[in-house]
Write a protein that binds this ligand. Sequence first.
Ligand code: SF4
Length: 169
Amino acid sequence: MAKSLYENYKNFPKTDCGYCGNTSCITMLRRFCSGELPLSECIYFRAGLYNVNEFSCSPPVPRGTQKPSISYIRPCPTDADRISVEVSLLPPEGSKYGYFDMITLDNIFNHAVPGLRISPSLGIARLESEWGDVMGFSEGRVLIRRASNESSAFWQLSRFVRSLWAAVS
Ligand code: SF4
């Protein structure tokens, strides 16, 4: 049965040794999932330490099914004096797995950015601050809550995406 990227990654070698020519195990896995490379490129699979048959990928997020959009929600459901904004970002050209790579994000930033919490299994990152809370989903949807006004919401959106830039797929 096809598994999510995260489910496959959980059982991957995760040594990031680079012997397969990729910069990390997650890159190798993503290239396997997109049909670019066989798992036999990995020395651990070649050595028989991992079973190829235990790995299979769900189809990638098809490009073109998402449209960029912005919706305003007034008042914010969690604070009647503030607003919420929901934004749908378009994955970059060539992206095969949505917008934010939460596995890489977790590997790089976990516990390093104050207020940032990441769940690779759910594909969610949440950044809390006094200016409001921002929640991002792997496919590119971003929800800003408790923003004082529209420009503050967009400043937070910009800060969130820049903070997570290393993990934009
Ligand atoms: S050879 Fe295997 S363990 Fe090493 S980086 Fe590549 S996928 Fe990861």
